[in-house]
Write a protein of this length. Structure first.
Lengths: 101, 389
Protein backbone atom coordinates (compact mmCIF):
# COMPACT_ATOMS: atom_id res chain seq x y z
CA UNK A 1 0.00 0.00 0.00
CA UNK A 2 1.37 3.32 -0.99
CA UNK A 3 1.84 5.60 2.03
CA UNK A 4 -0.61 8.44 2.15
CA UNK A 5 1.05 11.80 2.22
CA UNK A 6 -0.24 14.87 3.94
CA UNK A 7 -1.66 17.00 1.19
CA UNK A 8 -0.09 20.19 2.50
CA UNK A 9 3.34 18.90 1.55
CA UNK A 10 2.38 17.66 -1.87
CA UNK A 11 4.16 19.58 -4.60
CA UNK A 12 1.86 21.00 -7.19
CA UNK A 13 3.04 19.98 -10.63
CA UNK A 14 0.44 20.55 -13.23
CA UNK A 15 2.22 20.74 -16.55
CA UNK A 16 2.07 16.96 -17.05
CA UNK A 17 5.57 16.68 -18.49
CA UNK A 18 8.36 14.66 -17.03
CA UNK A 19 11.80 15.62 -18.24
CA UNK A 20 13.28 12.39 -16.89
CA UNK A 21 11.47 10.39 -19.51
CA UNK A 22 12.76 10.70 -23.02
CA UNK A 23 12.71 7.01 -23.94
CA UNK A 24 10.14 4.28 -23.73
CA UNK A 25 8.09 3.51 -20.65
CA UNK A 26 7.12 0.15 -19.26
CA UNK A 27 3.45 -0.13 -18.29
CA UNK A 28 2.80 -2.17 -15.16
CA UNK A 29 -0.62 -3.11 -13.86
CA UNK A 30 -1.37 -4.51 -10.43
CA UNK A 31 -4.25 -6.96 -10.77
CA UNK A 32 -4.38 -7.42 -7.00
CA UNK A 33 -5.28 -3.76 -6.57
CA UNK A 34 -7.50 -3.48 -9.68
CA UNK A 35 -11.22 -3.15 -8.97
CA UNK A 36 -12.34 -3.47 -12.58
CA UNK A 37 -13.56 0.11 -12.88
CA UNK A 38 -12.84 0.04 -16.61
CA UNK A 39 -11.67 3.65 -16.58
CA UNK A 40 -8.50 2.66 -18.44
CA UNK A 41 -10.29 0.44 -20.96
CA UNK A 42 -12.86 3.13 -21.63
CA UNK A 43 -10.52 6.07 -22.13
CA UNK A 44 -7.36 4.32 -23.42
CA UNK A 45 -8.54 1.16 -25.21
CA UNK A 46 -5.33 1.10 -27.23
CA UNK A 47 -3.38 0.20 -24.10
CA UNK A 48 -5.86 -1.45 -21.74
CA UNK A 49 -8.69 -3.95 -21.81
CA UNK A 50 -10.75 -5.85 -19.24
CA UNK A 51 -10.72 -9.61 -18.84
CA UNK A 52 -13.90 -11.50 -19.76
CA UNK A 53 -13.33 -13.77 -16.76
CA UNK A 54 -12.87 -11.44 -13.85
CA UNK A 55 -13.45 -7.95 -15.25
CA UNK A 56 -9.97 -6.87 -14.18
CA UNK A 57 -7.40 -5.00 -16.23
CA UNK A 58 -5.60 -6.66 -19.10
CA UNK A 59 -2.62 -5.00 -20.73
CA UNK A 60 -2.69 -4.74 -24.48
CA UNK A 61 0.89 -3.49 -24.67
CA UNK A 62 3.79 -3.68 -22.23
CA UNK A 63 5.77 -0.68 -23.40
CA UNK A 64 5.13 2.56 -25.16
CA UNK A 65 7.11 5.42 -26.63
CA UNK A 66 7.33 8.90 -25.10
CA UNK A 67 4.54 10.16 -27.37
CA UNK A 68 2.09 7.97 -25.43
CA UNK A 69 3.16 9.27 -22.05
CA UNK A 70 0.55 12.01 -21.59
CA UNK A 71 -2.29 9.58 -22.30
CA UNK A 72 -0.77 6.92 -20.09
CA UNK A 73 -0.21 9.34 -17.23
CA UNK A 74 -3.81 10.44 -17.46
CA UNK A 75 -4.95 6.81 -17.43
CA UNK A 76 -2.77 6.11 -14.39
CA UNK A 77 -4.05 9.14 -12.52
CA UNK A 78 -7.67 8.29 -13.34
CA UNK A 79 -7.40 4.74 -12.08
CA UNK A 80 -9.44 4.71 -8.87
CA UNK A 81 -7.47 1.76 -7.56
CA UNK A 82 -4.06 3.24 -8.43
CA UNK A 83 -3.30 -0.02 -10.18
CA UNK A 84 -1.37 1.43 -13.14
CA UNK A 85 2.30 2.30 -12.78
CA UNK A 86 4.60 3.63 -15.48
CA UNK A 87 8.30 2.95 -15.21
CA UNK A 88 10.88 4.52 -17.51
CA UNK A 89 12.58 1.69 -19.37
CA UNK A 90 15.98 3.28 -18.87
CA UNK A 91 15.58 4.43 -15.32
CA UNK A 92 14.17 3.90 -11.88
CA UNK A 93 10.98 4.90 -10.16
CA UNK A 94 7.51 5.73 -11.30
CA UNK A 95 6.73 8.09 -14.13
CA UNK A 96 3.05 7.39 -13.79
CA UNK A 97 1.06 8.73 -10.96
CA UNK A 98 1.25 12.18 -9.53
CA UNK A 99 -0.89 12.84 -6.45
CA UNK A 100 -1.62 16.37 -7.62
CA UNK A 101 -3.06 15.27 -10.98
CA UNK B 1 -36.42 25.84 0.15
CA UNK B 2 -37.62 26.85 3.63
CA UNK B 3 -36.28 23.59 5.07
CA UNK B 4 -32.76 24.30 3.86
CA UNK B 5 -31.79 26.03 7.10
CA UNK B 6 -32.13 22.78 9.01
CA UNK B 7 -29.98 20.83 6.61
CA UNK B 8 -26.29 20.16 7.17
CA UNK B 9 -24.15 22.44 5.03
CA UNK B 10 -22.90 19.61 2.80
CA UNK B 11 -26.49 18.63 1.93
CA UNK B 12 -27.53 22.11 0.87
CA UNK B 13 -27.35 23.48 -2.65
CA UNK B 14 -28.23 26.70 -4.28
CA UNK B 15 -30.14 24.97 -7.12
CA UNK B 16 -27.10 23.36 -8.76
CA UNK B 17 -24.34 25.17 -6.91
CA UNK B 18 -22.52 24.77 -3.61
CA UNK B 19 -23.83 27.21 -0.98
CA UNK B 20 -21.46 30.03 0.05
CA UNK B 21 -21.02 28.51 3.53
CA UNK B 22 -19.62 25.32 2.01
CA UNK B 23 -17.24 27.29 -0.20
CA UNK B 24 -16.09 29.28 2.84
CA UNK B 25 -15.49 26.14 4.90
CA UNK B 26 -13.55 24.61 2.04
CA UNK B 27 -11.42 27.74 1.67
CA UNK B 28 -10.59 27.64 5.39
CA UNK B 29 -9.51 23.99 5.76
CA UNK B 30 -9.59 20.64 3.93
CA UNK B 31 -11.88 19.13 6.58
CA UNK B 32 -13.99 20.41 9.46
CA UNK B 33 -15.98 19.22 12.46
CA UNK B 34 -19.67 19.93 11.76
CA UNK B 35 -21.97 21.11 14.53
CA UNK B 36 -23.95 18.20 15.99
CA UNK B 37 -20.91 15.98 16.08
CA UNK B 38 -22.03 13.27 13.62
CA UNK B 39 -20.27 12.63 11.37
CA UNK B 40 -17.23 13.74 13.34
CA UNK B 41 -15.61 15.18 10.22
CA UNK B 42 -16.71 16.44 6.83
CA UNK B 43 -13.99 16.50 4.18
CA UNK B 44 -14.34 18.95 1.30
CA UNK B 45 -10.84 19.07 -0.16
CA UNK B 46 -10.40 17.06 -3.33
CA UNK B 47 -6.96 15.66 -2.54
CA UNK B 48 -7.85 14.68 1.04
CA UNK B 49 -11.05 13.00 -0.21
CA UNK B 50 -8.97 11.01 -2.70
CA UNK B 51 -6.47 10.02 -0.02
CA UNK B 52 -9.16 8.81 2.37
CA UNK B 53 -11.13 6.89 -0.25
CA UNK B 54 -7.91 5.27 -1.50
CA UNK B 55 -6.92 4.24 2.04
CA UNK B 56 -9.22 1.29 2.75
CA UNK B 57 -6.66 -0.05 5.22
CA UNK B 58 -7.09 2.79 7.68
CA UNK B 59 -10.66 3.82 6.82
CA UNK B 60 -13.40 1.19 7.10
CA UNK B 61 -16.61 1.24 5.08
CA UNK B 62 -18.49 -0.85 7.63
CA UNK B 63 -21.43 1.18 8.92
CA UNK B 64 -20.65 3.04 12.16
CA UNK B 65 -22.51 2.03 15.36
CA UNK B 66 -25.98 3.56 15.90
CA UNK B 67 -26.16 6.61 18.20
CA UNK B 68 -27.18 4.31 21.08
CA UNK B 69 -24.04 2.24 20.58
CA UNK B 70 -25.93 -0.68 19.02
CA UNK B 71 -24.16 -2.40 16.15
CA UNK B 72 -26.02 -2.02 12.86
CA UNK B 73 -27.68 -5.11 11.38
CA UNK B 74 -25.41 -7.15 9.16
CA UNK B 75 -26.09 -6.67 5.48
CA UNK B 76 -24.90 -9.74 3.54
CA UNK B 77 -23.82 -9.04 0.00
CA UNK B 78 -23.63 -5.28 0.47
CA UNK B 79 -20.83 -4.01 -1.71
CA UNK B 80 -20.69 -0.62 -0.03
CA UNK B 81 -20.69 -1.80 3.56
CA UNK B 82 -17.90 -4.36 3.52
CA UNK B 83 -14.13 -4.16 3.80
CA UNK B 84 -11.01 -5.99 2.71
CA UNK B 85 -11.08 -9.59 1.55
CA UNK B 86 -14.86 -9.94 1.90
CA UNK B 87 -15.41 -6.87 -0.25
CA UNK B 88 -12.92 -8.12 -2.86
CA UNK B 89 -14.68 -11.49 -2.97
CA UNK B 90 -18.09 -9.89 -3.56
CA UNK B 91 -16.78 -7.37 -6.05
CA UNK B 92 -15.06 -10.03 -8.10
CA UNK B 93 -18.26 -12.04 -8.31
CA UNK B 94 -19.96 -9.19 -10.14
CA UNK B 95 -17.16 -7.19 -11.82
CA UNK B 96 -17.18 -9.35 -14.99
CA UNK B 97 -20.82 -8.34 -15.56
CA UNK B 98 -19.97 -4.64 -15.57
CA UNK B 99 -17.02 -4.33 -17.92
CA UNK B 100 -17.02 -1.72 -20.64
CA UNK B 101 -17.46 -4.50 -23.21
CA UNK B 102 -20.38 -6.12 -21.40
CA UNK B 103 -22.14 -2.78 -21.17
CA UNK B 104 -21.59 -2.10 -24.87
CA UNK B 105 -23.32 -5.40 -25.55
CA UNK B 106 -26.35 -4.04 -23.70
CA UNK B 107 -26.42 -0.85 -25.76
CA UNK B 108 -29.28 -2.00 -28.06
CA UNK B 109 -31.44 -2.83 -25.03
CA UNK B 110 -30.71 0.59 -23.49
CA UNK B 111 -31.41 2.36 -26.79
CA UNK B 112 -34.74 0.53 -27.14
CA UNK B 113 -35.84 1.54 -23.66
CA UNK B 114 -34.75 5.16 -24.21
CA UNK B 115 -36.70 5.29 -27.49
CA UNK B 116 -39.82 3.86 -25.87
CA UNK B 117 -39.68 6.40 -23.06
CA UNK B 118 -39.13 9.28 -25.50
CA UNK B 119 -42.40 8.24 -27.16
CA UNK B 120 -44.16 8.18 -23.81
CA UNK B 121 -42.74 11.58 -22.86
CA UNK B 122 -43.90 13.09 -26.15
CA UNK B 123 -47.37 11.59 -25.82
CA UNK B 124 -47.66 12.95 -22.26
CA UNK B 125 -47.96 16.39 -23.85
CA UNK B 126 -46.39 19.74 -23.02
CA UNK B 127 -45.31 20.49 -20.38
CA UNK B 128 -44.31 16.96 -19.34
CA UNK B 129 -42.43 15.87 -16.25
CA UNK B 130 -39.08 14.59 -17.47
CA UNK B 131 -38.47 12.71 -14.21
CA UNK B 132 -41.74 10.80 -14.24
CA UNK B 133 -41.98 9.98 -17.92
CA UNK B 134 -38.33 9.63 -18.83
CA UNK B 135 -35.46 9.77 -16.32
CA UNK B 136 -36.84 7.44 -13.63
CA UNK B 137 -38.39 4.83 -15.97
CA UNK B 138 -35.30 4.74 -18.18
CA UNK B 139 -32.93 3.97 -15.33
CA UNK B 140 -35.42 1.63 -13.62
CA UNK B 141 -36.23 -0.39 -16.74
CA UNK B 142 -32.58 -0.73 -17.73
CA UNK B 143 -31.69 -1.87 -14.23
CA UNK B 144 -34.57 -4.37 -14.20
CA UNK B 145 -33.32 -5.90 -17.47
CA UNK B 146 -29.78 -5.97 -16.14
CA UNK B 147 -30.46 -7.84 -12.92
CA UNK B 148 -33.48 -9.86 -14.05
CA UNK B 149 -36.05 -8.09 -11.91
CA UNK B 150 -39.68 -8.52 -13.04
CA UNK B 151 -40.96 -5.26 -14.49
CA UNK B 152 -44.01 -5.44 -12.24
CA UNK B 153 -41.74 -5.07 -9.23
CA UNK B 154 -40.42 -1.77 -10.50
CA UNK B 155 -43.27 0.58 -9.65
CA UNK B 156 -43.44 -0.95 -6.19
CA UNK B 157 -39.71 -0.50 -5.71
CA UNK B 158 -39.93 3.06 -6.89
CA UNK B 159 -42.71 3.80 -4.36
CA UNK B 160 -40.66 2.23 -1.57
CA UNK B 161 -37.60 4.12 -2.78
CA UNK B 162 -39.50 7.38 -2.42
CA UNK B 163 -40.34 6.58 1.21
CA UNK B 164 -36.74 5.64 1.92
CA UNK B 165 -35.58 8.87 0.33
CA UNK B 166 -37.72 11.06 2.57
CA UNK B 167 -35.49 11.20 5.60
CA UNK B 168 -38.11 11.84 8.28
CA UNK B 169 -40.99 9.79 6.93
CA UNK B 170 -42.48 7.39 9.50
CA UNK B 171 -42.84 4.95 6.63
CA UNK B 172 -39.11 4.91 6.05
CA UNK B 173 -38.12 1.86 8.11
CA UNK B 174 -40.97 -0.45 6.99
CA UNK B 175 -40.27 0.63 3.43
CA UNK B 176 -36.62 -0.33 3.82
CA UNK B 177 -37.38 -3.87 5.00
CA UNK B 178 -40.05 -4.30 2.32
CA UNK B 179 -37.50 -3.13 -0.24
CA UNK B 180 -34.99 -5.73 0.95
CA UNK B 181 -37.78 -8.34 0.86
CA UNK B 182 -38.25 -7.80 -2.86
CA UNK B 183 -34.67 -8.77 -3.52
CA UNK B 184 -34.91 -11.81 -1.25
CA UNK B 185 -37.90 -12.99 -3.30
CA UNK B 186 -35.97 -12.35 -6.51
CA UNK B 187 -33.02 -14.42 -5.26
CA UNK B 188 -35.25 -17.34 -4.24
CA UNK B 189 -37.08 -17.30 -7.59
CA UNK B 190 -33.84 -17.13 -9.54
CA UNK B 191 -32.39 -20.01 -7.51
CA UNK B 192 -35.25 -22.19 -8.75
CA UNK B 193 -35.02 -20.97 -12.32
CA UNK B 194 -31.91 -18.86 -13.04
CA UNK B 195 -32.57 -16.26 -15.74
CA UNK B 196 -30.33 -14.16 -17.96
CA UNK B 197 -29.79 -11.22 -15.61
CA UNK B 198 -27.23 -10.59 -12.88
CA UNK B 199 -29.10 -12.61 -10.23
CA UNK B 200 -29.38 -15.66 -12.49
CA UNK B 201 -25.78 -15.35 -13.62
CA UNK B 202 -24.49 -15.27 -10.05
CA UNK B 203 -26.44 -18.43 -9.24
CA UNK B 204 -25.49 -20.24 -12.46
CA UNK B 205 -21.81 -19.46 -12.19
CA UNK B 206 -21.25 -19.70 -8.45
CA UNK B 207 -23.92 -22.14 -7.27
CA UNK B 208 -23.93 -22.68 -3.54
CA UNK B 209 -20.78 -20.60 -3.08
CA UNK B 210 -23.11 -17.60 -3.06
CA UNK B 211 -26.12 -17.63 -0.71
CA UNK B 212 -29.59 -16.30 -1.52
CA UNK B 213 -29.01 -13.57 1.05
CA UNK B 214 -25.85 -12.54 -0.76
CA UNK B 215 -27.51 -12.62 -4.18
CA UNK B 216 -30.26 -10.42 -2.74
CA UNK B 217 -27.73 -8.09 -1.11
CA UNK B 218 -25.64 -7.79 -4.27
CA UNK B 219 -28.71 -7.08 -6.44
CA UNK B 220 -29.98 -4.55 -3.92
CA UNK B 221 -26.56 -2.85 -3.85
CA UNK B 222 -26.58 -2.67 -7.63
CA UNK B 223 -30.15 -1.35 -7.68
CA UNK B 224 -29.39 1.20 -4.96
CA UNK B 225 -26.32 2.37 -6.79
CA UNK B 226 -28.06 2.57 -10.12
CA UNK B 227 -31.76 3.42 -10.25
CA UNK B 228 -31.85 6.72 -8.43
CA UNK B 229 -28.28 7.78 -9.12
CA UNK B 230 -28.75 7.54 -12.87
CA UNK B 231 -32.26 9.01 -12.87
CA UNK B 232 -31.21 12.00 -10.79
CA UNK B 233 -28.09 12.52 -12.90
CA UNK B 234 -30.21 12.55 -16.06
CA UNK B 235 -32.62 15.04 -14.44
CA UNK B 236 -30.02 17.39 -12.99
CA UNK B 237 -27.84 16.99 -16.07
CA UNK B 238 -30.70 18.15 -18.30
CA UNK B 239 -31.45 20.98 -15.86
CA UNK B 240 -27.78 22.02 -15.90
CA UNK B 241 -27.79 22.13 -19.71
CA UNK B 242 -31.08 24.06 -19.81
CA UNK B 243 -29.67 26.56 -17.31
CA UNK B 244 -26.56 27.03 -19.50
CA UNK B 245 -27.94 27.68 -23.00
CA UNK B 246 -24.45 28.32 -24.41
CA UNK B 247 -23.33 24.84 -23.33
CA UNK B 248 -26.51 23.25 -24.66
CA UNK B 249 -26.04 25.02 -28.00
CA UNK B 250 -22.43 23.85 -28.15
CA UNK B 251 -23.45 20.24 -27.52
CA UNK B 252 -26.13 20.42 -30.20
CA UNK B 253 -23.65 21.90 -32.63
CA UNK B 254 -20.92 19.40 -31.81
CA UNK B 255 -22.53 16.09 -30.80
CA UNK B 256 -19.08 14.46 -30.76
CA UNK B 257 -18.58 16.25 -27.45
CA UNK B 258 -21.20 14.00 -25.81
CA UNK B 259 -18.70 11.74 -24.03
CA UNK B 260 -17.00 14.76 -22.51
CA UNK B 261 -20.35 16.29 -21.66
CA UNK B 262 -21.33 13.14 -19.77
CA UNK B 263 -18.15 13.28 -17.67
CA UNK B 264 -18.63 16.97 -17.03
CA UNK B 265 -22.26 16.57 -16.04
CA UNK B 266 -21.40 13.68 -13.70
CA UNK B 267 -18.89 15.98 -12.02
CA UNK B 268 -21.01 19.10 -12.07
CA UNK B 269 -24.19 17.63 -10.58
CA UNK B 270 -22.52 15.00 -8.32
CA UNK B 271 -25.85 13.57 -7.20
CA UNK B 272 -24.20 11.56 -4.43
CA UNK B 273 -23.22 14.57 -2.35
CA UNK B 274 -21.24 12.49 0.14
CA UNK B 275 -20.14 8.89 -0.28
CA UNK B 276 -21.07 6.41 2.45
CA UNK B 277 -19.24 7.27 5.66
CA UNK B 278 -15.83 5.90 6.54
CA UNK B 279 -14.68 5.09 10.07
CA UNK B 280 -11.03 5.60 11.01
CA UNK B 281 -9.53 2.33 12.28
CA UNK B 282 -6.46 4.07 13.74
CA UNK B 283 -5.49 7.68 14.45
CA UNK B 284 -4.79 9.36 11.11
CA UNK B 285 -3.15 12.72 10.60
CA UNK B 286 -4.46 14.18 7.38
CA UNK B 287 -5.05 17.63 5.92
CA UNK B 288 -3.49 19.22 9.01
CA UNK B 289 -5.96 17.56 11.40
CA UNK B 290 -5.96 14.45 13.56
CA UNK B 291 -8.79 12.01 12.86
CA UNK B 292 -8.99 9.75 15.88
CA UNK B 293 -9.61 6.00 15.70
CA UNK B 294 -13.36 5.37 15.74
CA UNK B 295 -14.31 8.77 14.34
CA UNK B 296 -16.71 8.85 11.41
CA UNK B 297 -15.68 10.76 8.30
CA UNK B 298 -18.01 11.98 5.58
CA UNK B 299 -16.31 12.74 2.27
CA UNK B 300 -18.22 15.37 0.32
CA UNK B 301 -17.54 14.54 -3.30
CA UNK B 302 -19.85 17.36 -4.33
CA UNK B 303 -17.62 19.86 -2.52
CA UNK B 304 -14.50 18.14 -3.79
CA UNK B 305 -15.78 18.32 -7.37
CA UNK B 306 -17.13 21.86 -7.25
CA UNK B 307 -15.06 23.92 -4.81
CA UNK B 308 -12.04 25.80 -6.19
CA UNK B 309 -9.00 23.58 -6.30
CA UNK B 310 -5.34 24.34 -7.00
CA UNK B 311 -5.10 22.09 -10.04
CA UNK B 312 -8.19 23.26 -11.91
CA UNK B 313 -7.32 26.88 -12.81
CA UNK B 314 -10.21 28.00 -10.63
CA UNK B 315 -12.83 26.71 -13.07
CA UNK B 316 -14.30 23.88 -10.97
CA UNK B 317 -17.50 25.80 -10.46
CA UNK B 318 -18.11 26.34 -14.16
CA UNK B 319 -20.02 23.97 -16.44
CA UNK B 320 -17.77 23.34 -19.43
CA UNK B 321 -18.84 20.36 -21.52
CA UNK B 322 -15.73 20.59 -23.69
CA UNK B 323 -13.44 20.27 -20.68
CA UNK B 324 -10.76 17.60 -20.90
CA UNK B 325 -12.22 14.95 -18.56
CA UNK B 326 -10.28 15.20 -15.33
CA UNK B 327 -10.23 13.13 -12.20
CA UNK B 328 -13.64 13.95 -10.83
CA UNK B 329 -14.92 12.00 -7.85
CA UNK B 330 -18.61 11.71 -8.81
CA UNK B 331 -18.22 7.94 -9.17
CA UNK B 332 -16.07 7.65 -6.06
CA UNK B 333 -12.46 6.58 -5.74
CA UNK B 334 -10.56 3.60 -4.37
CA UNK B 335 -11.79 0.03 -3.95
CA UNK B 336 -15.44 1.08 -3.70
CA UNK B 337 -15.31 3.00 -6.98
CA UNK B 338 -18.69 2.76 -8.72
CA UNK B 339 -19.13 -0.78 -9.99
CA UNK B 340 -21.58 0.46 -12.59
CA UNK B 341 -19.44 3.29 -13.96
CA UNK B 342 -19.54 1.93 -17.51
CA UNK B 343 -23.30 1.36 -17.20
CA UNK B 344 -23.90 4.89 -15.93
CA UNK B 345 -21.75 6.53 -18.60
CA UNK B 346 -23.35 4.63 -21.46
CA UNK B 347 -26.87 5.13 -20.14
CA UNK B 348 -26.34 8.86 -19.75
CA UNK B 349 -24.90 9.15 -23.24
CA UNK B 350 -27.80 7.26 -24.84
CA UNK B 351 -30.46 9.09 -22.81
CA UNK B 352 -29.09 12.58 -23.40
CA UNK B 353 -28.36 11.96 -27.08
CA UNK B 354 -31.89 10.63 -27.62
CA UNK B 355 -33.49 13.48 -25.76
CA UNK B 356 -31.62 16.22 -27.61
CA UNK B 357 -32.26 14.62 -31.00
CA UNK B 358 -35.96 14.09 -30.37
CA UNK B 359 -36.62 17.54 -28.96
CA UNK B 360 -34.65 20.28 -30.76
CA UNK B 361 -36.60 22.92 -28.84
CA UNK B 362 -36.22 21.37 -25.37
CA UNK B 363 -36.61 23.94 -22.60
CA UNK B 364 -37.76 24.31 -19.01
CA UNK B 365 -41.52 24.29 -18.51
CA UNK B 366 -41.35 26.26 -15.28
CA UNK B 367 -39.17 28.81 -13.52
CA UNK B 368 -36.08 27.44 -11.78
CA UNK B 369 -37.36 28.98 -8.53
CA UNK B 370 -40.45 26.73 -8.73
CA UNK B 371 -38.42 23.51 -8.69
CA UNK B 372 -38.33 21.38 -5.55
CA UNK B 373 -35.23 19.37 -4.72
CA UNK B 374 -34.63 16.09 -2.89
CA UNK B 375 -32.25 17.41 -0.27
CA UNK B 376 -32.75 14.58 2.22
CA UNK B 377 -32.40 11.71 -0.21
CA UNK B 378 -29.13 9.78 -0.47
CA UNK B 379 -28.97 11.18 -4.01
CA UNK B 380 -29.64 14.84 -4.55
CA UNK B 381 -32.08 15.48 -7.35
CA UNK B 382 -35.10 17.34 -8.58
CA UNK B 383 -38.57 16.05 -7.64
CA UNK B 384 -40.22 17.00 -10.90
CA UNK B 385 -38.75 18.61 -13.99
CA UNK B 386 -41.43 20.03 -16.30
CA UNK B 387 -40.11 20.49 -19.83
CA UNK B 388 -41.47 21.98 -23.04
CA UNK B 389 -40.40 21.42 -26.64
Amino acid sequence: MRPVADTADTPDTTDGTDTRVTARVEIRVDRDSCVGSGACALFEPEFFDQSEDDGLVVQRVREAGPEALPALRTAASRCPARAIVLVPCDGQGSAGWDPSD
Amino acid sequence: MTQSFELPVDKRRNVLDPVPELLALNARAPLFRPPGGMPHWIVTDREVVRQILADAERFSSMPPPEPDGRKPDPHPGSLLQTDGAEHSRLRRLVAPMFTVRQMKALEPMMARIVDQRLEVLERAGRPADLMRYFARPVSGLILAELIGLPRDDLSELSRLGDHRASGHSPRRHPATSEYVGHFRKLAAAQRRDPGEGLAGMLIREHGDAVSDEEVAGICESVANGSIENTAETIGLGVLALLCHPDQLALLRERPELMDRAVEELLRYVSVVASVSPRTALVDVEIGGELIKAGEVVSCSVFAANRCPYGGDDGTADRLDIAREPGNHLALGFGVHFCLGAALARLQLRIALTGLLERFPGLRLGTGVEELRFRSLAPQFGVETLPVLW
